[in-house]
Each structure stands twice: as structure tokens, then as C-alpha cells.
Write a protein that binds this ligand. Structure first.
Ligand code: 2PG
Ligand code: MG
Length: 443
């Protein structure tokens, strides 16, 4: 039974206010911190901000905090839910208490904080780790799968001050055999990349963006991919990594004209047609080991998505396109727009709905890629979530900045814990098979 629920305003990794929740049961106190995006899609659940220009430039979350303390806490406590068995019911109750279609009344940031803390309480009451509690909730099979970490080592788009239009350039150590080796290789390439960036662009270029990746003064994707290839080769890791891009193309789409502006950050337009953008991706895929592209097109440019999907075999991940929303997933399946879901808890607002979005994606033969937000916290919930749902891959930024490495460190803890309990029969690192994993089977 829940005894108390208390929310407070705290800071995220950008120094913006966010919601912290502390939920108490007989098993202890369980906390959560809610993340926040910068390249937000139009179909995401509503993040409630105070809009008071005199505090935090309007970004305060005291209304969301008060909604937890004054509305959610009394109503939820009165229902006598048991966190160990009732997470789905708790989440459904939170959704109905809000009553709006996009959680705009109470705020998805208020609701998610409570949902995550309730899941932690449920795990503690059963005496199991969070990943095991979430696995049971999702009715996922075992063995556990440790996800391939997609390290975002070069930042662009709205996550960095350079003129690079694409938002994220990721490296994935698919040839590693364990999470421990995967993280080591990722960190080695990251350190080497710093040297390469410094040699080419000077020491000032080694500052990092919102997700811990470098943000050198480049504008072209192929320049970045050259840097990545050089760093990987210098480390002796040739052939062991796949590359991935999150273009976050909604940010540079011009819907009135139906074109994309690759110069959107430089003040000098560099207009490309949908066809040229598609050709650019295809060219990059043939030249570099790119196996995943996220948001190659804008959230409403369905035809471009479908055409690109038909023409390439790589993983095409819907982020803004899907917003972790089952209704959007249905449309995307119908239109054959993509073949993978980007799973972000705060896009939908409860743990249960996010898990249902993952299940529906797996049901349709897609893969699922778990994600952090660019405004993150030291909460490591998504590491357990990725293991629980057997998603095979996850992105949590560079192997740098506390709010990023806390997720990778948690995955190392989980691996160590599982190895010490059951050896390799209990757990596998997904490796190159990350796309064929799901809650029902694989490996
Ligand atoms: C994305 C995310 C996380 P943001 O676009 O995938 O990397 O960025 O949280 O800013 O939406
Ligand atoms: Mg994205």
C-alpha cells in the first residue's frame, strides 16, 4: 500500500527544472526523476511547464509538482493499490484521473514520475530487481538480453551549437561479447575521437553537446562519419562497430514548401528536396557501416518514410513519427513507414503504456530501441526497462556526463549481478543480433 507521495522541483542535465517524486510504502522510499526533450515531437504527451517568465525563464514545473502533491497523491493513496501487483491499474487510474487525451491536465511529467516510482516500489515489495519486475509486467521470456549501447559521440541539430543539421551520430559495439567489453570499446573510441577532433579542429572543438558527444564545427554528415571511422580504426576496432544516425528531421522540415533545410542552424538556407535527402542517406549507407537511421524525415512526411523504408534494408526508427503512441504505431504499420519504435517513457507518460507500445511493435515484427532524452537526470530506469523488454539496443548518449553514464553503469551492474547468479545461461549480450530480439524470443 502506498503511504505517501511527495513531488519536488529539481534540475535536469540542462539546468532546467524537472519533477522528482518520492513514494513511500512499507518497503521503503522510492524515487524517480523525469527527463525532458529538446527536439520534441508534436504527438508527445504534454509536459506541463509553469510559463511564468519570472522563474526559470518560464520553464518551472511547480504546477506539475503541485498536481502530484494535491491531486494525484490523495486520490491514488485512497485507492489502496498494491504496487507489487497493480502497476497496470495504477497507470490506468493516473491516466483516467488526468482525463485528457495527451495528459495535459495534470502533466505527463507529473504522471510519469509517479508511475516510475510505483514500479520501483513494486519491485522492492516483491524483493526483485526492477528489470525482473518489469519483465514480469511485460510477460517477457528469459534469458535476459543486455542491450547494445548506441553511444551518441557527435552531437548536432538542436543539441549543439555547431552547424551540423543531423542531431546524433552513434557508434554501436556489436562485435563485443559482453556489456563490459562493449562499454570499454565505446569509451576507448570516444577518448580517441577527442584526439582526432582536437588534431583537426583544435582544442576548442572538444567541448561536448547536450548528450555528451563532441560538437566540432562541421556541417556535413560525411565529415562526421570520417571522424568516427578514423577513431574506430586508430583504436584497432575496425569492423567491430556499426554506426547510426538520428537525423531528427522534423527540426529542419519546411512543411509549407515540402522541403528540408540542412542549413537551418547556420542562418544560410541549404534547401534539399525529399528525394535528395533520401539519396543522401542512401549514399551514406553505402559508404559507411550505418545500420540504423532514426527520424530520417519529418513527423508528418509519411510518403518519404514509406518510400525510404521500401528502398533500404536498414533499421528505420520512428521517434517524432510515433511518439511511443500505439495509435501512431498502427498508422505507421499500415503505411509501412518504418520498422522500429523509439521507446521514450515521457512521450506517453506511464510505464504501462510505454510497455504496451513496445509489445505492439514487437507484435508487428518491428524492433524496439529504448531511449533517454536530451534533458536527462541521474535516474537510470531505462537501463532496467531495456533489459526487461529484451529490446536488444538502447541509446543513452555518450560514455560521458553523469546523467548518461549512470545508464551504462547500471547495465554493467545488471550484467555483473546476472553473471554471478546464473552464468551465461541467464543472460546474453545482444551483439549483432540486436534487431531480431523481442519479448517472445530470440537468442
Ligand atoms: C531524440 C532525443 C534523445 P530529445 O531525438 O531521440 O536523443 O532527443 O530528447 O531532445 O528529443
Ligand atoms: Mg530522435
Amino acid at each position: 500500500m502506498i503511504r505517501t507521495i511527495h513531488a519536488s522541483q529539481r534540475l535536469d542535465s540542462r539546468g532546467h527544472p524537472t519533477v522528482q517524486v518520492r513514494l513511500t510504502t512499507s518497503a521503503g522510499v522510492f524515487a524517480s526523476l523525469v527527463p525532458s526533450g529538446a527536439s520534441k515531437g508534436a504527438y508527445e504527451a504534454h509536459e506541463l511547464r509553469d510559463q511564468n517568465p519570472h522563474e526559470f525563464h518560464g520553464l518551472g514545473v511547480l504546477r506539475a509538482v503541485n498536481n502530484v502533491n494535491d491531486v494525484i497523491a490523495p486520490a491514488l493513496i485512497a485507492r489502496n493499490f498494491d504496487c507489487s501487483t497493480d502497476l497496470a491499474r495504477i497507470d490506468a487510474f493516473l491516466d483516467s484521473l488526468d482525463g485528457s487525451a495527451d495528459k495535459s491536465r495534470l502533466g505527463a511529467n507529473a504522471i510519469l514520475g509517479v508511475s516510475m516510482a510505483a514500479a520501483r516500489a513494486g519491485a522492492a515489495e516483491l524483493g526483485v530487481p526492477l528489470y525482473e519486475f518489469l519483465r514480469r509486467q511485460a510477460e517477457a521470456i528469459r534469458p535476459y538480453i543486455l542491450p547494445v549501447p548506441f553511444f551518441n559521440v557527435v552531437n548536432g541539430g538542436v543539441h549543439a551549437g555547431n552547424t551540423l543539421p543531423f542531431q546524433e551520430f552513434m557508434i554501436a559495439p556489436v562485435a563485443a561479447q559482453t556489456m563490459q567489453v562493449a562499454v570499454q570499446w565505446g569509451a576507448e573510441v570516444y577518448m580517441e575521437l577527442k584526439k582526432v577532433v582536437k588534431e583537426r579542429y583544435g582544442g576548442q572543438a572538444t567541448g561536448v553537446g547536450d548528450e555528451g558527444g563532441f560538437a566540432p564545427p562541421v556541417s556535413e554528415a560525411h565529415e562526421v562519419l570520417e571522424l568516427l571511422a578514423t577513431a574506430v580504426n586508430n583504436c584497432g576496432h575496425t569492423g567491430k562497430f556499426e554506426f547510426a544516425i538520428d537525423a531528427a528531421a522534423t527540426e529542419f522540415y519546411r512543411p509549407e514548401e515540402g522541403v528540408y533545410d540542412l542549413g537551418f542552424k547556420s542562418g544560410r538556407p541549404r534547401i534539399v528536396s525529399k528525394e535528395s535527402l533520401r539519396e543522401l542517406y542512401k549514399d551514406l549507407i553505402t559508404k559507411y557501416p550505418i545500420r540504423l537511421i532514426e527520424d530520417p524525415f519529418a513527423q508528418d512526411d509519411w510518403d518519404s518514410w514509406a518510400q525510404f523504408h521500401e528502398e533500404t534494408k536498414i533499421e528505420i526508427v520512428g521517434d517524432d513519427l510515433l511518439a511511443t503512441n500505439i495509435e501512431r504505431i498502427k498508422v505507421a504499420v499500415e503505411k509501412k513507414a518504418c520498422n522500429a519504435l523509439l521507446l521514450k517513457l515521457n512521450q506517453i507518460g506511464t510505464v504501462t503504456e510505454a510497455m504496451n507500445a513496445a509489445k505492439s511493435s514487437f507484435d508487428n515484427g518491428w524492433s524496439v530501441f529504448v531511449s533517454h532524452r536530451s534533458g536527462e537526470t541521474t535516474d537510470d530506469f531505462i537501463a532496467d526497462l531495456a533489459v526487461a523488454l529484451r529490446t536488444g539496443h538502447l541509446k543513452a548518449g555518450a560514455p560521458c556526463r553523469g546523467e548518461r553514464v549512470v545508464k551504462y553503469n547500471r547495465l554493467l551492474d545488471i550484467e555483473e549481478e546476472l553473471h554471478s547468479q546464473g552464468g551465461l545461461t541467464m543472460t546474453h549480450y545482444a551483439g549483432a543480433k540486436y534487431r531480431s530480439m523481442d519479448i517472445f524470443g530470440g537468442l
